[in-house]
Write a protein that binds this ligand. Structure first.
Ligand code: ZN
Ligand code: ZN
Length: 341
């Protein structure tokens, strides 16, 4: 089969690899039908995040099940399903608590398509065939009528966005939400978060950014936009999201978190930013950061899509698989690859 390898910043190439075989009775083999770049992929491709190649590329996508092991009961060949980017067994103690990003059955942080950080053994999703080691635990069947191209990011970035606003709005229905975006941040996660907060019934969703393109998407998603660099404080919101990737954006989100509020940062900081800890202490402000545990959130976001949330508004471009390598040389914010075209 063919698989796409990342060999350096903005450098990818297709190469021949051995066809995978079913590794056990719980596993499935699947063919990708719609793939997406993750915000971290874009950071790697543009040299902002140091993840050295070569490694098999791609960790977001919808697949068609091709073959299943004898013990698999939830999917059959031909089913369309979202494959979580994190490998999880579904039965170890962390998986049973929904902490599927820390599955104890495999080396910590086991994922598709993130090089040595995620383990090279799982391969990447930009390949003709993909192994899903725990098909029943991992795969989430696509609801009827949901377009695979619309939810190609449901493996990672959309559920990552959901965890920044979903549980918080469930605990505080109708609360106001602030999302801070920025050039160095996980931009699609910030936009999905704004759109999901609108879909989940937040009273007001404010999206702060300097980029005209992202501001236009936020408007289309139903958010009110605040244009400009992050101020010291942008108001007082029970729920804030730092998708800026900048110390100034994080500080703005934290200073704008209301008394007893929660700020979630899906940004990855390689250098420790200064935190306004005394002010956070005074307001009883919670800061949550860390990798998302995506598997339990995937059915939730698929239901929101089936109910009308449109993640395609965040998609920058859709290309055929044959054009994927060229498109990845200058990656837009959110590239979707149509493997069936
Ligand atoms: Zn990712
Ligand atoms: Zn597990």
């Amino acid at each position: 089969m063919q698989q796409l390898m990342l060999t350096g910043p903005a450098t990818v190439r297709w190469q021949e690899a051995e066809d995978p075989a079913l590794p056990g009775p719980q596993a499935a083999l699947a063919r990708p039908v719609a793939l997406a770049t993750c915000d971290l992929d874009v950071a790697v491709l543009t040299g902002r995040y140091p993840l050295a190649g070569p490694y098999p590329f791609g960790h977001e996508g919808v697949v068609e099940v091709a073959e299943v092991g004898d013990a698999v009961t939830s999917v059959v060949p031909g089913d369309l399903a979202v494959v979580p980017f994190q490998i999880s067994c579904g039965s170890c103690p962390p998986c049973r608590r929904g902490r599927t990003g820390n599955c104890a059955a495999h080396p910590r942080m086991s994922t598709y398509g993130l090089g040595e950080m995620g383990g090279l053994a799982w391969g990447g999703l930009l390949a003709d065939l993909v192994v899903v080691p725990h098909a029943d635990a991992m795969l989430v069947k696509l609801p009827a009528g949901v377009d695979p191209l619309a939810v190609a990011s449901a493996s990672d970035n959309i559920p990552d966005a959901w965890r920044t606003v979903g549980p918080q709005l469930a605990a505080d229905p109708g609360a106001e939400v602030l999302v801070v975006g920025g050039d160095a941040g996980p931009s699609s996660i910030g936009l999905y978060a704004a759109g999901l907060a609108v879909a989940l019934g937040a009273a007001r969703v404010s999206y702060l950014d300097q980029d005209a393109g992202r501001l236009a998407i936020a408007t289309a998603l139903g958010a009110q936009v605040i244009e400009g660099p992050p101020p010291r404080k942008a108001g007082a919101f029970p729920i804030t999201v730092d998708a800026s990737g900048s110390p100034e954006g994080l500080r703005c989100a934290l200073n704008s978190t209301a008394f007893d509020g929660t700020c979630t940062s899906p940004s990855v900081y390689l250098q420790d930013p200064a935190l306004p800890l005394f002010s956070m202490y005074s307001r009883c402000c919670t800061l949550h950061t860390g990798r998302a545990h995506v598997r339990p959130a995937i059915p939730v976001v698929l239901d929101l899509v089936a109910a009308g949330f449109n993640p395609s508004l965040v998609t920058s471009a859709v290309v055929r698989q044959a054009d994927a390598a060229d498109a990845l040389a200058a990656p837009p914010m959110k590239l979707v690859i149509d493997c069936s075209a």
